[in-house]
Structures are given as structure tokens and as C-alpha cells.
Design a protein. Structure first.
Length: 647
């Protein structure tokens, strides 16, 4: 190799041992191991046949879609590391930059406090930029610091860097964090800082995994509790009931009775002389229901920790009477819709129809504004359907366009840059035997709609980059806040796909269209949040309730829930007053509703009412309505307005 240019770049009157060792190895192939750390000597040997010492270290850079996919895949790791990277960056004044790399050495996040260019997507493995801290840390799975001439590439000889690998909860390397000073040495404490940072990120990942595991367990429990055969109660250490399945609630004729928050002693009676532990299998007791007592016996009980580390007891019991006709023991799945709050006729009709539709596998399209409860209805349809697979939700509007295909259909090893070596199951495969909920279906790109249509026709998936087809049993429920008919007319949504999805259609009304349900929903949310935070149930000031019922709720039920939650958080006594709610809700004055179905008649009514308020003054009326005088004159020329206008 001709490396005369290397000697010129490193001409120094008094080279130190590192510089001499580097020159000896690069120019003559002689390795002076006694002057080098052993891991540097090993790295130089690997680099000699792979890397030109005169290369630009920023030459290999991911860009465009490949970088987006890479950052999306490691978004959780980036979220954990980003803030602490900025903190570390400030430790060196304006001398440091910090990089987070994936296991392949690609820079997926950068915090830079220098003028040195550090592009996102730069690759930092040995085979790309020679000996460096990231490359060795990933190769040898340990903390590494590299300084000056220990770097193999000339352009890095003025810099120092240190890196520490990061592991997932299973101990697998998922990346590395690196600190670099492009023009000098690093602080002596950098090793402790990086090791602590990596440990902190790893601990957060472990905690997230544990929380996710518990959430999944709790979600599975919530899905299963209403279809198990026995009656079920969840009891805390104080003997207070904190949850019950619908079958248990149905033992009480007044199904609106609030079991949660009730002491066991209020509904359970034991024989005075019976000293057997209550939770023992076979233990008999009397349950106080609305029309008397029912003899019951314990089937089994189980103690567990919830997501907040609190001890809970699951109690399963059954009727111990020969005549159980008074107990509601049949058709319990039908009651899964009971906890969807609302009695307004149009809402009740939807619930009744959804309950019937759940028993069939036809595709369902849910239309309605955001916050009207589309996912809630979809989950209930899945639960009542009895399908044994998972309910898998996908927000088609939240996934980058480039990733929707791989998210839905999965991908094989090597399908694209950054793909996992083992490939990945798509949402269709994850939902096999269950339900796939495609939220915001109107945001799905046209080119992918073809693939979805083909799936709905044959229920077969082929992973991206693969050739093998897989048959899956998936029910599809789609939802949108768009008018899909309009999207079809504009060519933004395929007509054939629309009719494939729109087998059973539900248009969910806005909260503005079901205002009679607002008091029910208010009390539902109050009970929910007070039970969650163990607070006494407050009452609602009549003036506050009137304001809540008057407001039009553009954010629908979701907005109402948020407002109630905020009011409970900041209320200072046991009553929710107008002052506990946002001013825009309390002071809201709705536009007078139309008295007829025709816009023209409605306009006439508004004009007449405004003229009357302004004593027939045309100028004031035009200003109030926000229109020109000539426009107002044109609108009052109709015979009806001429007759009724008294000016």
C-alpha cells in the first residue's frame, strides 16, 4: 500500500509512542504491541485489510427512507436516551458531541455542542471508519475509550471518544452511547458517566417491559373477566371490592348498583360458628342481593400484585342453590355492552345492533368524529364475538407511509436495510383468530389499499420480501372520522375496498347529538376517576351540570372525560362547581338551533330575531350578523320577511 501521504499528514518533530506505533504499523506493517492497549492492537489488525487510513469518516451515511425506518425501529431507545445525551453534551462546554448508535453502528440520534459535522445515519463500525470506541464497544461488548493515534483513520487523530454498549432486558446489545471530543481529550470521569447512563437506560427499558407485561396481563384479564363461567370479585387488603365481572353485577336486580368501593361485609354473610378461612375452596356464604340472599360457595381464590404493586385477591364463586332460576346465569356475553354508557335512542340502537353484529364475522366500518367511541365499540364487538385471538389495533394515520406495509403484513429477513434478522410478524398474523382494528382507515395510501383489498378477498398474507403465503383467520373492523364516500368520489379511497369494508356500517353520533346522555357520562367519569384515585364521590353543582349539558363538545366523549378528570383533580371540596371547569365551557352560548330542516327558513328566523333585538335598525343588524347592509337588504326581500319585519 502506498501511504506516503500518511507520513506527510503526521509529520511531527517529536512523535510520541502512539504516533510512532501507528506510523510503524501503517507504513511498514510492524505492530509495536508493547506501546498499545491490547484491544487497540487487535482492532488495527482487523482494520488493515478493511479500511484505508485516509478515508472520510462520514462517507458511509444512511439517508432518506432507510434512516426514517431505522429511527422508527429504535424510537423507544431514542426516547430514553435523548434527554440524558443533551445533559452529557453540556458537560464538555462546546467540545463534546454525543451519539446513540444501533447494534450495526448507525448513528440514530445525535446531540452536538460543537461545530464538528456529525450526520444522523453515519455508520461507525470498524469496517467503515477503522478503530473507534463505538466499533470496539459493539464488537467486544464493553466500555471502550480511544484517543488520538489509537484511531486508525487519519482524520480522527485529533479526537478522543468513549463508548458503552446498551442492552435490552434479555441482555442483548441494542445499541451504544458514545461521547466524542473532536479536538482533544475527554474528562477523566467520562467512564463513570457513560456506564451510569447505560445502566439508567437499561433500567428504564426493564421497567417499561415489566409495566407492559403487567398492562398486557391486566388487559387480558379485563377482556376475559366477563366471559368466565363463575362470578368474580376483586378485593383489596382492606376487604373493599374494587372490581367485579358483569355476571356478578347481574346478580343484583338493580344493575346500576355500584359494587366497587363496597365493603365485603356489606354484601356477604358468614355462619357465626364457622371458623374456616373465607377464601378456602368450597367455603359457603350468603350473598345479600336486592331481593334477599343467595347461597353461594367459593370455587377458588388467587392473590396477585397489580401494576402498582398492591396486593389483590381474585375471588371466584358460584351459586350453591338447587334452584338457580332467579340468578342470571345465561347469555352473559350479551352484557358486555352494558358498561357502554348512554340511553339516548340513537346510541342505544347502535349498541343493540353492534351486539347482534358481534356474533358474525362480517367486516364492520365505524364512522364518526374523533372521540365518539369507535375503538370502544370495536373492542366490545371483539369481546362478545367469542373470537379467541387478540384484538390488535392499528392507527393507519400514525405509522409512516413507508412502514405501513411491513407493519400490517410483516417482513422477512433482509427485506430492507435495518430489518431484523429474524423477520417480523405483521398485525394480520398477530390478530390470527382475533380481530384487527384499522383506525383512521381513510389515511391508508392508495397503493396499500390494493393489498388490503386482496387480503379481504382471500385472507392470505405474504410478508414484505417473502414468497410464502400464510392463511389467517382475522375479522377486520375499520374506523374513520372522514366521510369515506366523499373520499371515494375524489379518488382518494378505492371504491371496491370501501364496499368490502362497509358490510356492516355504524355511524357513531357526536356528543352534541346525544346531549341527554351527558349527565350519565358525567357521573360515569366521576365514578371511574374517583375509584382510580380512591377519592370520595363528589356531587355536581346544578349550574355546572347545566353548563356541561349546554356545551357542544367538539372533542366528544373523550373531551368530556378529560374535563371531568381535570375538575376532580383540582376541586377542593366534595362538590364540582362551575369554577372547577374551563371558562370557555361555563360561558359557552350555543347558536340557537334550527326550528326547521331548511337552511333558508333557519336564516330567516335568525335575521328576524336579530332585527327584533336591534329595534329594526338595519345597520346594527348587519353589524351583529357580520354581513354588509346590501346583503341584509337582499335577504329580507322575501315576502315572509316583509310581512314580519316591523320597522
Amino acid at each position: 500500500m502506498n501511504i506516503d501521504y500518511v507520513s506527510k499528514l503526521n509529520n511531527n518533530n517529536s512523535p510520541d509512542k502512539l504516533q510512532s506505533a501507528w506510523l510503524s504499523f501503517v507504513e511498514k506493517g510492524i505492530l509495536l504491541e508493547q506501546d498499545l492497549p491490547s484491544f487497540v492492537a487487535k482492532s488495527w489488525r482487523r482494520c488493515r485489510s478493511l479500511v484505508d487510513p485516509g478515508i472520510d469518516p462520514n462517507k458511509v451515511v444512511l439517508s432518506g427512507d432507510a434512516l426514517k425506518i431505522k429511527r422508527y425501529e429504535y424510537q423507544e431507545l431514542i426516547a430514553k436516551a435523548a434527554s440524558v445525551m443533551r445533559d452529557i453534551c453540556t458537560l464538555g462546554g462546546h467540545r463534546y458531541f454525543v451519539m446513540l448508535c444501533d447494534p450495526n453502528g448507525y448513528a440514530i440520534e445525535v446531540a452536538n455542542n460543537t461545530g464538528y459535522p456529525v450526520p444522523l445515519g453515519a455508520k461507525c463500525r470498524e469496517e467503515d471508519i477503522g478503530t473507534n470506541a463505538i466499533g470496539i464497544a459493539l464488537a467486544e461488548n464493553r466500555f471502550v475509550e480511544i484517543k488520538s493515534y489509537e484511531h486508525y483513520v487519519v482524520n480522527l487523530h485529533k479526537s478522543s471518544c468513549a463508548a458503552m454498549p446498551i442492552h435490552d432486558p434479555a441482555g442483548k446489545i441494542i445499541g451504544a452511547i458514545n461521547v466524542s471530543n473532536p479536538a482533544g481529550a475527554l474528562q477523566p470521569e467520562i467512564a463513570k458517566i457513560l456506564k451510569f447512563t447505560a445502566q439508567m437506560i437499561e433500567y428504564q427499558l426493564v421497567m417499561d417491559q415489566e409495566k407492559s407485561r403487567r398492562r398486557e396481563a391486566e388487559n387480558a384479564f379485563m377482556s376475559l373477566k366477563n366471559i368466565i363461567e363463575q362470578y368474580m370479585l376483586v378485593i383489596d387488603n382492606n376487604g373493599t371490592i374494587i372490581d367485579a365481572n358483569q355476571k356478578c353485577i347481574n346478580l343484583f336486580k338493580n344493575n346500576n348498583r355500584i359494587l366497587t368501593g363496597t365493603s365485603m361485609q356489606d354484601i356477604i354473610r358468614l355462619d357465626k360458628n364457622d371458623t374456616e378461612p373465607f377464601f378456602s375452596p368450597g367455603r359457603q356464604f350468603k350473598l345479600l342481593v336486592d331481593d334477599g340472599t343467595k347461597r353461594c360457595k367459593v370455587v377458588k381464590s388467587k392473590i396477585y400484585k397489580d401494576s402498582h404493586e398492591a396486593m389483590r385477591t381474585l375471588l371466584f364463586f358460584e351459586s350453591d342453590e338447587h334452584n338457580t332460576g332467579s340468578l342470571n346465569t345465561g347469555g352473559d356475553r350479551d352484557f358486555c355492552f352494558v358498561d357502554i354508557v348512554g340511553e339516548e335512542r340513537n346510541w342505544s340502537n347502535i349498541i343493540a345492533k353492534a351486539q347482534k353484529a358481534a356474533k358474525f364475522d362480517s367486516s364492520v366500518l365505524l364512522e364518526g368524529a374523533s372521540g365518539t367511541g369507535k375503538e370502544l365499540i370495536a373492542r366490545k364487538i371483539h369481546l362478545v364475538s367469542g373470537r379467541k385471538g387478540l384484538f390488535v389495533p392499528v392507527n393507519c394515520g400514525a405509522i409512516p407511509k413507508e412502514l405501513i406495509a411491513s407493519e400490517l403484513f410483516g417482513y422477512e429477513d433482509g427485506a430492507f436495510t435495518g430489518a431484523k434478522r429474524s423477520g417480523m410478524k405483521g398485525k394480520f398474523e398477530q390478530a390470527d383468530g382475533g380481530t384487527l382494528f384499522l383506525d383512521e382507515i381513510g389515511e391508508m395510501p392508495l397503493d396499500l389499499q390494493v393489498h388490503l383489498l386482496r387480503f379481504l378477498q382471500n385472507k392470505v398474507v405474504t410478508r414484505v420480501g417473502g414468497t410464502t403465503s400464510r392463511q389467517v383467520n382475522v375479522r377486520v373492523i375499520a374506523a374513520t372520522n372522514r366521510e369515506l364516500c366523499d373520499s371515494v368520489k375524489k379518488g382518494e379511497f378505492r371504491e371496491d375496498l370501501y364496499y368490502r369494508l362497509n358490510v356492516i356500517n355504524f355511524h357513531l353520533p357526536s356528543l352534541k347529538e346525544r346531549k341527554d346522555d351527558i349527565p350519565l357520562l358525567v357521573h360515569h367519569f366521576i365514578e371511574k376517576f374517583c375509584r382510580q384515585w380512591k377519592r370520595p364521590l363528589p356531587s355536581v353543582d346544578p349550574a355546572a351540570m347545566e353548563s356541561l349539558c349546554r356545551y357542544d363538545w367538539p372533542g366528544n366523549v373523550r373531551e368530556l372525560g378529560n374535563v371531568i378528570e381535570t375538575a376532580i383533580v383540582f376541586s377542593e371540596d366534595n362538590i364540582l362547581k362551575p369554577a372547577d371547569f374551563p371558562v370557555n365551557i361555563i360561558e359557552y352560548v350555543p347558536i340557537k338551533p334550527r326550528k326547521s330542516g331548511k337552511l333558508k327558513k333557519y336564516q330567516e328566523e335568525v335575521i328576524l330575531e336579530t332585527l327584533k333585538k336591534n329595534g329594526g335598525n338595519i345597520t346594527k343588524t348587519a353589524e351583529t350578523l357580520g354581513i354588509a347592509r346590501n346583503t341584509l337588504y337582499n335577504k329580507i326581500r322575501s315576502e315572509k320577511l316583509k310581512e314580519q319585519r316591523k320597522i
